[in-house]
Design a protein around this ligand. Structure first.
Ligand code: GH3
Ligand code: MG
Ligand code: MG
Ligand code: MG
Ligand code: MG
Length: 308
């Protein structure tokens, strides 16, 4: 039975599930070769309104996870044909695409080291069969809540709340990674809004903030598959493994779009200046430094232009 006042009471669990799934229901994949066990787990999960998807071995589980990115959690047995649970967890965690998948391992096997093996391979938790219903429910909900908290904290640490772009920390973390991985091309553009202080002085900071928010959205739309960050106040940075020429072309389109657009309710037209830099350079910092120098030059030459 479920304790009425516990953190894991039925009502609490239902609330968590509604919040986590935005009322769409949370999809859980159950990988289990025994049909009796599978049905039993499915019934336990459906009591809590989880949406259950089934797989009879590790290989089928992998295929279902690949085709349905909405699956939030995997509950996997260990002893299964083709690919066992432990191998499945190892394969999933090797792929960054599945880093946020919540994984609960299950096994009836007498091997006492199995739970440690699962957790070392990247499972969030492990439970021995047969288990007590309430423990099962608690572990499922606990793991989902912990993952939700992790994702919230990660967003708070990485996303600028005003523009919803990635922040400066991300720029350096992801930029360094792109620099290491880039085989030939990596380009960076530093954008600085022109005379932004005047906007604040004329319309006030609230309108200034609304403008920054609007520019953030324009940047997201103009550079959808590129790393786009808020570097500081009214400065933004775009990084992508493309040639300098390609980024320059996209940037020219962005500048002319901005020039011809009235932003926010105050219908303000803004311009910006851009400094560009592309490889070869010795480091990611160098890319940022040269782009910044070029930005300074774009300001000096009269603003609303790109210098590369
Ligand atoms: P320039 O063309 O030389 O770049 O002129 P500028 O006025 O844009 O440059 P400056 O760096 O002197 O000033 C940037 C201004 O951006 C100053 C600051 O008030 C404003 N700013 C920075 N961050 C924010 C913010 O989060 N909200 C608002 N409203 N204003 C901001
Ligand atoms: Mg089995
Ligand atoms: Mg500035
Ligand atoms: Mg400035
Ligand atoms: Mg400025």
């Amino acid at each position: 039975y479920i304790t009425k006042d516990s953190r894991y009471s039925f009502n609490h669990v239902i609330k968590v599930i509604e919040r986590l799934s935005k009322n769409q229901g949370i999809k859980i994949l159950v990988a289990e070769d025994s049909s009796t066990s599978r049905l039993f787990i499915k019934i336990l999960l459906e009591q809590y309104r989880f949406k259950v998807i089934e797989a009879v071995n590790g290989q089928e589980a992998l295929a279902k996870l690949e085709e349905d990115p909405e699956i939030r959690m995997l509950i996997t047995d260990h002893n299964m044909p083709l690919v066992n649970g432990y191998e499945l967890v190892r394969m999933l965690r090797y792929n960054t695409r599945f880093q946020d998948l919540v994984i609960l391992g299950l096994s009836a096997e007498g091997d006492n080291a199995l739970s440690a093996k699962f957790i070392k391979a990247g499972a969030n938790d492990f439970l021995k069969k047969p288990f007590y219903h309430e423990e099962f429910h608690c572990r499922v909900v606990h793991s989902l809540e912990a993952q939700e908290m992790l994702e919230t904290i990660r967003d708070l640490a990485n996303i600028d709340p005003l523009t919803k772009l990635k922040n400066r920390r991300c720029l350096f973390d992801e930029g360094e990674r792109l620099f290491r991985e880039a085989s030939s091309y990596l380009s960076l553009a530093m954008i600085d809004l022109d005379h932004f202080k005047r906007v604040n002085d004329t319309y006030g900071h609230i309108v200034g903030d609304e403008l920054l928010e609007a520019v953030g959205q324009e940047i997201r739309l103009a550079f959808p598959s590129m790393l786009a960050c808020r570097f500081g106040g009214e400065e933004f940075c775009i990084v992508a493994p493309v040639s300098g020429l390609e980024l320059q072309g996209k940037m020219e389109a962005f500048l002319s779009g901005l020039r011809s657009k009235e932003l926010t309710e105050a219908k303000i037209v803004l311009t910006c200046s851009v400094g560009l830099c592309s490889q070869p350079v010795d480091s990611f910092e160098e890319l940022v430094r040269v782009a910044d120098q070029n930005l300074y030059e774009a300001k000096r030459l009269g603003r609303d232009r790109i210098v590369s």
